[in-house]
Ligand binder design. Sequence first.
Ligand SMILES: NC(=O)C1=CN([C@@H]2O[C@H](COP(=O)(O)OP(=O)(O)OC[C@H]3O[C@@H](n4cnc5c(N)ncnc54)[C@H](OP(=O)(O)O)[C@@H]3O)[C@@H](O)[C@H]2O)C=CC1
Ligand SMILES: CC(C)(CO)C(=O)C(=O)O
Length: 299
Amino acid sequence: MGAGATGGYFGGRLAQAGKDVTFLVRPGRQETLRRRGLRLKGPDGETVVQPHTVTADTLDGHFDLVVLAVKSYGLEQALLDMAPAVGPRTVVVPLLNGMRHVDELEGAFGPERAWGGVCLISATLDDDGDVVQMSGLHRLGYGPLDGAEDERLPEVTYALSGTEFDSNPSLTIVQDMWEKWMFLATLGAATTLMRGSVGEINAAPGGLDLGARIAAEAMAVLTAAGHPARPGAVSLLRTGLSGTGVSTSSMYRDLVRGAPVEADAILGDFVAEAAKHDVPAPMLSAAYTALSIYSARRA
Ligand SMILES: NC(=O)C1=CN([C@@H]2O[C@H](COP(=O)(O)OP(=O)(O)OC[C@H]3O[C@@H](n4cnc5c(N)ncnc54)[C@H](OP(=O)(O)O)[C@@H]3O)[C@@H](O)[C@H]2O)C=CC1
Ligand SMILES: CC(C)(CO)C(=O)C(=O)O
């Protein structure tokens, strides 16, 4: 569902590996994909696949697996449009950041079909509509939200394996999603508040300290919410915040090109979680306020 940066990337890699993939898209995107093919550009070169696409009005029959890859502000319509594709045994794996979509997905399709998902990638669409993978990271995690063994997990794992990206079935997907949320809340707040990449922030006076302070707030929120970050997640966060590189966040890239941002789902809900547990989060809160002003001006 959606053939933008993440849907285009993971779906394109699956199609490249010979899997039976259909992209549910809107007419504008369908036209671009017809004209140019689905082009994936990245550190390892360029690949073109000719994707099979459908639009909501031509969607027919149930699918085994739906990978939901829209922005949070497009979720409501996306759930309506994809509903005919979801049958009794369909599994829906969302790639969205944040946690609010979990309730919406469960509400729409029921807990037996709504799974959790996490994607770690830095991707964007360029001016031609091609998918650009901006670093070597491309990991997709998925699993049932209740963490119980599910006979469909090996089937979904088979469907999502044998491609160029890392595929991670997980029985701790809710914890994985919280940790991903912590990572993105930190990186998203730092890059949008400072209007710069990780390398630029770290090179500026006070930049290193700022990153560490936002990370400390975010980790405290996870602990208070009952999902303390595991050592691997803490180390990923530290690595993500260190260095001199050009890495940013999808929210930063949306901000600098004047596009809508997912501030409410990524930072608003996170700050609300902090308030619920009386955890001070002044830096995260400042970033959310700044993005809310940006969103109000765009409206
Ligand atoms: N980009 C990144 O590096 C990462 C993004 N994420 C998360 O993944 C999610 C998706 O982000 P991303 O892929 O970057 O977003 P994009 O904006 O690049 O892609 C979203 C796509 O969804 C399509 N879409 C929206 N609504 C519908 C609909 N009703 N029917 C069909 N297609 C629809 C849009 O189509 P149209 O072209 O018609 O508008 C667009 O192509 C977000 O929550 C983001 O935070 C997570 C990790 C990394
Ligand atoms: C932080 C990152 C790059 C990790 O995948 C991400 O999710 C985003 O930018 O939206």
